[in-house]
Design a binder for this molecule. Structure first.
Ligand code: ADP
Ligand code: MG
Length: 271
């Protein structure tokens, strides 16, 4: 991170209310925080706390009910669909829990896809995708299709795809939700390392407290509200980073078994 951290995302008094018949669901309820350039920010909370909704609002995938969201100073809630699509292509990358790779395409083709949309010439995009796949440790899997790879390998392709166009911000919703512990650690290290090398900002949503140690800052979400914000001290001498409370004390919330109950974040379109 630079000396004076720049705000890349500003969330101001944001609400998202879903109407289900007569019932109003305050999925995101008057939330405000900033995310800084180059930081790894984790939104942590149990299932149904509103994390995915919040992420989707920041990514311009969902429309907010009230409030403001600025990315790089631009009020993205005011952009029309065309401008929003262009904005996403230019600045944002995404990693999904279910990988969302195209099943009929090879690893290489999947990673090339964002560059196709950006109209990068074929030779150049092929070279960029190859380099990215090499970086995630898959240089021997270029021609493999998603179903010919393990979950961890598929998510590495997902990461390569998210980062290949060098977006300034990468959003990740439960990126390790389908992976075992060892693979989870590898994938988290990879995301951290690539983002750090290029001063990219990561916004990751998870219900898994153990992942907070990979972040620079943890925003605790409960019932659609920000409960507290922690700064993580990455002390080189310790194995376990220390988490410092910077706001009010967090209440004890029960751990959940997985990320699927009551969550609507999974996009199952791609396969
Ligand atoms: P999380 O990602 O933390 O599990 P979500 O953001 O998916 O939580 O959901 C927050 C709340 O909003 C939940 O109560 C959920 O049921 C509700 N919700 C999410 N999406 C919708 C929707 N499209 N329509 C109605 N309610 C929704
Ligand atoms: Mg979710």
């Amino acid at each position: 991170m630079g000396d004076t951290p720049q705000k890349v995302i500003e969330v101001k008094n944001v609400r998202k209310i879903y109407r289900m018949g007569n019932e109003k669901i305050y999925a995101v309820d008057d939330v405000s925080f900033d995310i800084y350039e180059g930081e790894f920010c984790c939104l942590l909370g149990t299932s149904g706390s509103g994390k995915s909704t919040l992420l989707n609002l920041m990514a311009g995938i969902e429309k907010l009910t009230s409030g403001q969201i600025l990315i790089k100073g631009r009020p993205i809630h005011k952009l029309n669909e065309t401008k929003l699509a262009r904005f996403r292509q230019k600045y944002l990358g995404f990693v999904f829990q279910s990988y969302n790779l195209i099943g009929t395409m090879t690893a290489l083709e999947n990673v090339e896809l964002p560059l196709v949309f950006k109209r990068v010439p074929k030779k150049k995009r092929r070279a960029m995708a190859k380099e990215m796949l090499e970086k995630v440790g898959l240089k021997n899997r270029l021609k493999h299709k998603p179903k010919e790879m393990s979950g961890g390998q598929q998510q590495r392709v997902g990461i390569a795809r998210a980062f290949v166009a060098k977006p300034s911000i990468v959003f990740a919703d439960e990126p390790t939700g389908n992976l075992d512990t060892k693979t989870t650690m590898e994938v988290m290290e990879l995301i951290r390392e690539i983002a750090h090398d290029n001063n990219q900002t990561i916004v990751m949503v998870t219900h898994d407290r153990s992942l907070a140690q990979y972040a620079d800052r943890v925003i605790h979400i409960l019932d659609g509200k920000v409960q507290s914000i922690d700064v993580v001290n990455h002390n080189m001498e310790d194995d376990e980073p220390e988490i410092t409370e910077t706001k009010k004390e967090e209440t004890n919330v029960e751990e959940e078994n997985d990320g699927t109950v009551g969550s609507v974040d999974d996009d199952n379109s791609a396969n």
